[in-house]
Design a protein around this ligand. Structure first.
Ligand code: MLT
Length: 315
């Protein structure tokens, strides 16, 4: 009989290696995606662990339905903003993420966005395939010699800095958690936000969304940027005031913005859509084969360790 078996629910689409790891370690796994909050609440009480990507929202109400059995929620990815972490802590449920599995992939997406902005690649593609051959319309800018302002210089920001150096960009970083020694090691200028805004030709955001970072590119901050600045956001939508960005693009103060993330997702409509100079992707920052394998393996191993070993040590 398996009634005492440790059980995990995978509630978002995840690389099959996650389920395989759980099973190899003797953990029962169910994979049920696309559940409504009510459907999730109805079944979550049968599980010791819940593995999610970004579609499942884990609210306090879901956690209440999960008690007393649920011990761990694992996020195959970095941001845990889809999980009510204080509510989990208050209920003794551990929340874990995989901070390294998709860092390179997300950094590469940010670099791709820099190039897309500098040369208007999506717009030029659209025009060319429409048979227009607008050779004179698309006059780009070089990245070499330009200053890249990093807002956030942690796991992902530091990889972006490394790649930007390869492109011969100068890199300035605003990050209160960046030590002066680490800044030297990374070859970035550690600066205050105001200085970054004043100096950067390109700005890219790499911070989580917290009470401190929400709206960090506010209307006031955008007004202090260089005329012609280009902005990349592959982090979280709430970091930028979208209305103010729209105004900046319309007046031409902001020459371009490449957004992978939006204040409201899925962003099937957004007031910014259609604004000149705007390039969008649908939260693809972590979407590579490699990253999704990495995060699936990491989340399953961490959760299995916690459920099988953590419980014993704590007993
Ligand atoms: C993350 O937090 O890991 C990324 O935003 C990617 C994702 O949502 O899966």
């Amino acid at each position: 009989q398996v009634t005492n078996a440790v059980k995990v629910l995978i509630s978002d689409k995840m690389d099959p290696r996650a389920a395989a790891i759980f099973r190899d370690r003797g953990i029962e796994v169910d994979e049920k995606t696309g559940l409504s909050p009510e459907e999730l609440s109805a079944i979550i009480g049968d599980y010791d662990g819940l593995a999610v990507r970004s579609s499942t929202r884990v609210s306090a109400a879901v956690m209440d339905a999960a008690l007393p059995r649920l011990k761990v929620i694992g996020r195959a990815g970095i941001g845990v903003d889809t999980i009510d972490v204080p509510a989990a802590s208050a209920r003794g449920i551990v929340v874990m993420n995989t901070p390294f599995g998709n860092s390179i992939t997300t950094a590469e997406h940010a670099i791709a966005m820099l190039f897309a902005l500098a040369r208007e690649i999506p717009q030029a593609d659209q025009s060319t395939q429409a048979g227009k051959w607008e050779k004179n319309r698309f006059m780009g800018v070089e990245l070499a010699g330009k200053t890249l302002g990093l807002i956030g210089c942690g796991n992902i920001g530091s990889i972006v800095a490394d790649r930007a150096h390869g492109l011969k960009m100068k890199v300035a970083a605003f990050d209160p958690f960046l030590s002066p020694e680490r800044a030297v090691e990374l070859g970035v200028d550690k600066v205050e936000l105001d200085e970054l805004l004043a100096r950067a030709d390109f700005i890219t955001l790499h911070t989580p969304l917290t009470d401190q970072t929400r709206g960090i590119l506010s209307r006031e901050a955008l007004a202090r940027t260089k005329k012609g600045v280009r902005i990349v956001n592959c982090a979280r939508g709430g970091l930028i005031d979208e209305e103010a960005l729209k105004d900046g693009l319309e007046t031409g103060h902001v020459a371009g913005a490449a957004l992978d993330v939006f204040a409201k997702e899925p962003a099937t409509e957004n007031p910014l859509f259609g604004t000149p100079g705007l390039i969008c992707t649908p939260h693809l920052g972590a979407s590579t084969n490699e990253a999704q394998v990495n995060v699936a393996i990491q989340v399953a191993e961490q959760m299995a360790d916690y459920l099988l070993l953590g419980g014993i040590t704590n007993a």
